[in-house]
Design a protein around this ligand. Structure first.
Ligand code: SF4
Length: 319
């Protein structure tokens, strides 16, 4: 139901790609990234610490000082502030990431970690408050709408599905709206994502609808950016079983006039079993898709809900 013709570029911490750039001269190769996701994404690797000239191997580093403005230091040398050196290593590089649709980062790194990074006090103990790696903080500041995730968290099927959904959504938005912004393209995009939005965040789905109801009066570039901000926010958390079930029942309503009530009853039972966690999401979706391909209107057939990313990733089998 969907077609994606251009490459999806995704940033990747270089050590996850198997490059021997870690402080100890080793790597943290990710099978998930290299064996599975590399079939769909063009990974662009980067190691901010090597780019900053720290060399490999190198002494371990950590964040220190004020959690609101942490500094980078060698773990065994509290005198030398390495923050500026790290910043200089990545500051020019950030501009080259403008075409990315996502970024996968190594956990627990004072440079690349996404969350829960320890920040040490002068007494050698960490603050209760944790932080973000300095490179990651700068990446997110520059590209606040870019889907970003730690590799470790991608082993959770719900977080993995949500990240990949967002990467594709970000890519489709650039391709279908930002490449040649016009009001019609934006409304079409919203229309195709209707059920994905409903399943993720009904409040923001309604808010996006309100923004678009006055679309013609707004300048298209500003409107597109306003839309994208709320849209990515709406997709930022995995959809619950309850919301998916309600969305599936809503879609089932489209088959009321064309599919016999006994078949619809069977589909409703499958949806109920999914809601009770007895079946994966892929089962009701496959069933509904089967009927929609035969009896659905063009509108319902065009819904990205049925294929927000390539089916071969089998993500809905684990939800
Ligand atoms: S976590 Fe980041 S800084 Fe550390 S080795 Fe990997 S890419 Fe380099």
């Amino acid at each position: 139901m969907s077609d994606i013709s251009t490459t999806i570029q995704v940033g990747l911490s270089a050590c996850l790609a198997g490059q021997e750039v870690r402080y100890n001269g080793g790597h943290s190769q990710s099978k998930l990234c290299l064996h599975t996701l590399a079939q769909y994404f063009e990974f662009k690797t980067f190691c901010p610490e090597v780019a900053a000239g720290f060399g490999t191997p190198r002494p371990t580093m950590r964040l220190t000082g004020d959690p609101a403005n942490p500094r980078l230091q060698f773990s065994d040398d509290s005198q030398q502030d390495l923050t500026q050196q790290l910043n200089q290593g990545f500051s020019d590089k950030l501009a080259q990431f403008k075409d990315f649709d996502g970024y996968i980062l190594m956990k627990n790194s004072p440079s690349c970690g996404l969350e829960r990074i320890k920040i040490y006090q002068a007494n050698g103990y960490p603050h209760k408050q944790r932080g973000q790696g300095l490179f990651t903080a700068a990446l997110i500041k520059r590209y606040p709408l870019l889907p970003v995730e730690e590799e470790g968290r991608l082993h959770d099927p719900h977080l993995k599905e949500n990240f990949i959904l967002r990467v594709y959504a970000h890519h489709y938005f650039k391709q279908e709206v930002l490449s040649a912004p016009d009001h019609h393209a934006l409304i079409q995009f919203h229309s195709r994502y209707k059920y994905i939005l409903m399943a993720h965040n009904q409040e923001l789905y309604r808010e996006l609808g309100r923004i678009l109801s006055n679309a013609q009066e707004s300048e298209i570039n500003a409107l597109s950016q306003q839309y994208l901000k709320l849209f990515m926010q709406a997709l930022s958390k995995p959809a619950s079983h309850k919301n998916h079930s309600n969305t599936l029942l809503h879609i089932l309503g489209y088959l009321k006039k064309t599919v016999p009530s006994e078949a619809r009853q069977n589909i409703a039972e499958v949806i109920h079993k999914y809601r009770q966690n007895q079946l994966p999401l892929s089962t009701p979706i496959t069933l509904l898709k089967h009927y929609i391909e035969q009896y659905g209107t063009d509108y319902i057939k065009s819904q990205r809900y049925f294929e927000p990313y390539p089916e071969a990733l089998c993500l809905a089998n684990h939800l």
